[in-house]
Design a protein around this ligand. Structure first.
Ligand code: BGC
Length: 288
């Protein structure tokens, strides 16, 4: 794996203001200049919300304050990583503090973990081609990059087929597993075809490049729990491996398709920023 070259994601837009997902809780207003914890905001009184159904879920932490729960903040805690890509986060009155700043809500919301919640996102790309195999150019004569997108069941937005890292799982494994689960399993294939694909995939998916690791502007984030992800690009230059997968553009019915990567894309969470970085790496677009 290549060393990640970190770029910044514009943060704290989707996770500020409005109603918190799957609840009727209104976030406390946080103006742009009051995001940072180092800026005084004496009137800041965010509501406290932790989804009661998280209680007892095997993938979720117990409540803070439960005397048997002694998380190792900023560390690998058994099989769970409580380390942030953003460096050490602060613990205030026993609660981990969002490394970017205020979100207008304290508690854990609907996230399973206090502090960082780790995901991994595969960005699977190919060049757009005609049936003849010829690469399609856009109106500026540049080749068009396509990526595999899925339609998320929860928000209906197009997204990378990512998911949460299971305890003890290697993050590369998560990215590949999620791709198989979310993109491939949605397709109708015979057992033989599936096995053939799985074999071809193995090498392809061992050659990913890290394009982002860090905080994600996710609507579920709170002052004490937030999403982080690592995104890997798996590029099929010749279009002969994953690129040959027959995902029809507009295949909304199965909720997975090849999408042209354009500068004005709007995708789930921080996925559009991740995609823009991938486009930049392949096409040099946006480089100053
Ligand atoms: C999604 C990932 C996403 C992460 C952060 C996870 O639930 O599956 O694709 O990057 O949340 O928003």
């Amino acid at each position: 794996m290549a060393e990640p070259e970190v770029f910044m994601i514009s943060t704290h837009f989707k996770c500020r203001g409005g109603t918190y997902p799957r609840s009727n809780i209104q976030r406390f207003l946080v103006p742009d200049d009051k995001i940072s914890w180092s800026t005084q905001y004496n009137d800041y009184k965010p509501p406290n919300y932790t989804e009661p159904a998280l209680n007892g879920k095997p993938w979720a932490d117990p409540d803070l304050g439960d005397s048997t729960f002694k998380p190792k903040w900023n560390n690998i805690d058994g099989k769970i990583s409580r380390k942030s890509y953003m460096g050490d986060y602060h613990i205030v009155n026993g609660y981990p503090l969002n490394p970017i700043g205020r979100t207008g809500l304290c508690g854990r919301g609907i996230l399973g973990r206090w502090g960082p919640n780790h995901a991994a996102d595969p960005v699977v790309t190919r060049w757009k081609r005609l049936n003849s195999g010829e690469i399609v150019l856009d109106n500026t004569n540049k080749p068009i990059l396509q990526f595999v997108a899925i339609k998320r069941g929860d928000t209906g937005e197009w997204a990378l087929p990512g998911g949460m890292v299971d305890p003890g799982e290697k993050v590369t494994t998560t990215a590949v597993r999620e791709f198989q689960e979310e993109a491939i399993n949605a397709l109708v294939m015979s057992k033989e075809e599936r096995e053939e694909w799985t074999n071809k995939f193995e090498k392809f998916f061992s050659e990913g490049e890290v394009v982002y690791e860090g905080y994600v502007d996710d609507r579920r984030n709170t002052d004490n729990a937030w999403m982080e992800t690592i995104a890997y690009n798996f590029h099929d230059e010749k279009g002969s491996i994953v690129g040959a997968l027959n995902l029809h553009a507009g295949d909304d019915a199965v909720g997975v398709r090849w999408v042209d990567a354009t500068p004005d894309m709007s995708l789930y969470a921080s996925h559009d920023s991740i995609l823009k970085e991938v486009v930049k790496r392949h096409l040099g677009i946006g480089k100053s």
